[in-house]
Design a protein around this ligand. Sequence first.
Ligand SMILES: NC(=O)c1ccc[n+]([C@@H]2O[C@H](COP(=O)([O-])OP(=O)(O)OC[C@H]3O[C@@H](n4cnc5c(N)ncnc54)[C@H](OP(=O)(O)O)[C@@H]3O)[C@@H](O)[C@H]2O)c1
Length: 326
Amino acid sequence: MWKYIAGTIVVSSVAYSLIKYFRGGVCHCTARLDGLVVVITGANSGIGRALALELAQRGATLVLACRDVEKGLNAKKYIISHLRNKNIKIFVKHLDLCDISSIIKFSDTLNKEFREIYALVNNAGVFYHPQGLTKDGFEITLQTNYLGHYILTHHLLKLLRKAVHARIVNVSSEAHRNVNIYDLKAVTKCQEEFRSHFVAYGVSKLALVLFTKQLAKKLSNTNIIVNAANPGNVETNIYRNFPLLSNPWLYALQWPIRCLVVKTPKQGAQTLLHCLLTSNRSTGQYYSDCKLDLPSPIASNDQIAKDYYELTTEILSDRFSTESEC
Ligand SMILES: NC(=O)c1ccc[n+]([C@@H]2O[C@H](COP(=O)([O-])OP(=O)(O)OC[C@H]3O[C@@H](n4cnc5c(N)ncnc54)[C@H](OP(=O)(O)O)[C@@H]3O)[C@@H](O)[C@H]2O)c1
């Protein structure tokens, strides 16, 4: 009998410690964002929607940038019904990061409709997406996660500059550590396939950390701070193409472990929220679990960040110019 009780206590304590450890940091900032405009890409599900809910609670005016407006409107309904507050200002706008003309149209609309923007959260993303090219001729994962956000950010800089303080948060991932410099340079050959789906994702997330570093430098004398956030391992739709999790049987087998070690979207949104609310105005940094973290050696290299920014500008040069914005 005593053995059974002791066993139960040990198992429960281990499970509790694991859950506590893996749920990660919690944002304790109490700042409010009343009336400040925050644009979130991919805000209709997962971490983006959870972040939108947290920000709506803090009074922000939200622009949910979604490739499927219907899903965006459902997210808006979810937030309003959750907070039981019809006065929250939420705008749902169409944005497809795989289509440069859609990014430009979206930015033009915002430039016409808003006087300033407090924050841009580059959150939308795909993982393990079947490889292929967008209509603009770039690899799908690379354009969705990185190139599209690169263009969007430059098109919204004018609005961000008009705010007293402004922030850009690029949602990256620990997967940025899993690729090498040769994989990274594959962007120059981005009309070809990457070595694997993992590499495509890793490169896109490394590119976001490098972009963060270089953009922060370019904007160092302005009102805008730029940081990268790693949400951790979060239970969301992002795994829809990943065979180990999209197969219901394999998923069921892993479920007991996943319950212990995988974050909820609300927990995953905490580091992003921290980057938006913290009074620490350091810029060009990588955050994990609501704390500053060191990114990979490649991502920490100033020269690589500069070269990669220039390379990206060059491959996008016939689509837009960063000159006027930066
Ligand atoms: N979940 C994790 O474990 C994890 C770990 C590290 C980093 N992250 C990062 O966290 C971010 C949010 O992902 P999530 O986990 O919350 O996954 P999610 O629920 O699948 O959310 C991704 C969002 O991106 C949108 N999106 C995809 N392609 C797009 C496009 N071409 N144009 C505009 N929007 C597009 C999706 O729209 P649809 O609903 O229409 O597909 C969805 O709203 C991603 O950048 C991801 O890489 C996630």
